[in-house]
Design a protein around this ligand. Structure first.
Ligand code: ADP
Ligand code: MG
Length: 255
């Protein structure tokens, strides 16, 4: 079982879209996948066809050790992967965890118990470097960083890279950046091509080969409670995420 955080402390950069579509893509190529929603907004939960308002147990209960993953996970058969859901209740965990021991290792311990059941765990992180994100980073083998090729993209990246280095040094020696994923890419925009080239010059192999285009079907899918890969498999966006899933499987095999 390989565990990856989808993280970037900026909001609206495509973390949740990447999480649910990579999960659906991996499921499509035969992988057993669990999505963990670590964002109190619950977008990955809703976007995987699970109603966050109807959750009896969620990732909140798992972090507070009042539930196991096996008890709390949900599945919408149409999407083909399991979800450990989140809702607003999770915002409270931030404060409650501070009081507890092993507070940054709660998720890691819970995932250990589910080890035999999954090939991939994808953790959708909130847009902050909080205790929730720290639980994600402490659990993971690697980080997938979705980013838009815009002017301030590289600047924002240095904070995340420093955090990952610190977690690697102090809490989780397994942790590494698996790769940077260029998302919402529009090849007609000169600046995006320039930033993309800068990224490759600076991060080399760490930049995924697959590029996710800006595609309206990916943006529409969440309102149907589905990942774009399931909602409209023939769309450019869906196809690029299935391509990305295959690239991930290849990269992990070589790891
Ligand atoms: P985050 O989780 O980082 O806040 P989201 O995945 O929710 O970001 O994406 C932010 C917005 O951009 C959403 O409305 C989403 O539907 C849209 N979006 C994400 N990726 C794409 C894409 N490749 N093409 C078009 N719209 C996208
Ligand atoms: Mg999100």
């Amino acid at each position: 079982m390989k565990i990856f955080c989808v993280a970037n402390q900026k909001g609206g950069v495509g973390k949740t879209t990447t999480t649910v579509n990579l999960a659906a893509g991996l499921a499509k190529v035969g992988q057993r996948v669990l999505v963990v929603d670590l964002d109190p907004q619950g977008n990955a939960t809703m976007g995987s066809g699970v109603d966050k308002r109807a959750l009896e147990l969620s990732v909140y209960d798992v972090l507070l050790e009042s539930s196991t993953i096996a008890e709390a996970r949900q599945r919408n058969e149409q999407v083909g992967y399991d979800v450990l859901g989140a809702n607003r209740e999770l915002a409270g965990a931030e404060v409650e965890l501070v009081e507890l021991e092993r507070r940054e290792r709660r998720l890691k311990a819970a995932l250990k118990a589910a080890e035999a059941e999954y090939d991939f765990v994808l953790i959708d992180c909130p847009p902050s470097l909080s205790m929730l994100t720290l639980n994600g980073l402490c659990s993971a083998h690697g980080v997938i960083v979705p980013m838009q090729c815009e002017y301030f993209a590289l600047e924002g990246l240095s904070d995340l890279v420093n955090t990952i280095k610190q977690v690697h040094a102090n809490l989780n020696p397994d942790l590494q950046i698996i790769g940077l994923l260029r998302v919402m890419f529009d090849p007609r925009i000169t600046l995006q091509n320039q930033v993309s080239e800068q990224l490759k010059a600076h991060f080399g192999e760490k930049v995924f080969d697959t590029v996710i285009p800006r595609n309206v079907r990916l943006a529409e899918a969440p309102s149907y409670g589905l990942p774009g890969v399931v909602f409209d498999p023939s769309s450019k966006g869906a196809q690029s995420f299935v391509e990305f899933a295959k690239e991930m499987v290849r990269r992990i095999a070589a790891m």
